[in-house]
Write a protein that binds this ligand. Structure first.
Ligand SMILES: CC(C)(COP(=O)(O)OP(=O)(O)OC[C@H]1O[C@@H](n2cnc3c(N)ncnc32)[C@H](O)[C@@H]1OP(=O)(O)O)[C@@H](O)C(=O)NCCC(=O)NCCS
Length: 178
């Protein structure tokens, strides 16, 4: 193996060990690239991660409040530079695939009209989220759904539907994806 190949393997091992140390769970078969960050804004927060999760470079998991929770089910895949920002809870079910540059945020993070809205985000099983989509506070995405690239999802997505646009609306039903 080349020197750079060996160096990459060492970096990958270190990244994985650092990430495992952040998890409340003891996930097996993680594949976490160097440059994945877990940031605890006030020092607390809980990260629960299932087995076989893959997370690529530049992904940020931000636990904004001490009681914030991020949950990733078994075999979740998260592509480059995606950001999950949780003040309360972001839950992603097993076998979801989340593309690059996606933002998932469960709060407005500012006081608007005298209130700071915080509502958990729940993503079901086997959901596909396309590149550069934004998933906003309070949204539940049903099992098997597909979110098209660049969508802004501000309302719930029924299971097995394809949503697209800003705001995202249902474009097709009974979709399947692999
Ligand atoms: C979701 C996706 C796979 C759907 O592709 P498709 O099956 O060819 O979509 P369709 O043509 O059936 O789309 C249905 C409708 O939604 C619209 N639509 C599809 N994707 C859209 C998008 N990203 N933004 C806005 N509208 C979109 C289509 O124009 C069509 O509208 P119409 O019925 O008025 O003509 C595709 O749009 C997409 O987002 N691909 C990128 C996925 C991605 O990010 N992959 C990276 C994985 S790591």
């Amino acid at each position: 193996m080349s020197l750079s190949g060996r160096y990459r393997r060492i970096l990958r091992r270190r990244a994985k060990a650092r990430f495992e140390a952040e998890c409340e769970t003891r996930p097996r078969n993680l594949d976490v690239q160097d440059g994945v960050r877990v940031h605890r804004h006030f020092g607390g927060g809980t990260l629960r991660v299932g087995d076989g999760v893959q997370i690529w470079r530049g992904v940020l998991l931000l636990l904004q409040q001490p009681e914030a929770v991020i949950e990733l089910g078994d075999s979740v895949f998260i592509n480059f530079d995606t950001k999950l920002v949780a003040a309360e809870r972001i839950s992603i079910g097993p076998r979801c695939s989340i593309s690059w540059n996606v933002s998932i945020i469960d709060s407005d993070f500012h006081v608007i009209d005298g209130q700071q809205a915080v509502r958990p985000v729940t993503i079901g099983e086997h959901v596909l989220i396309g590149a550069q989509a934004i998933i906003l506070k309070g949204v539940t995405i049903g099992n098997g759904a597909v979110v098209a690239a660049g969508s802004v999802v501000s309302r719930d997505v029924p299971p097995g539907t394809l949503v697209a646009g800003n705001p995202a609306t249902v474009r097709r039903e009974n979709v399947t994806w692999v």
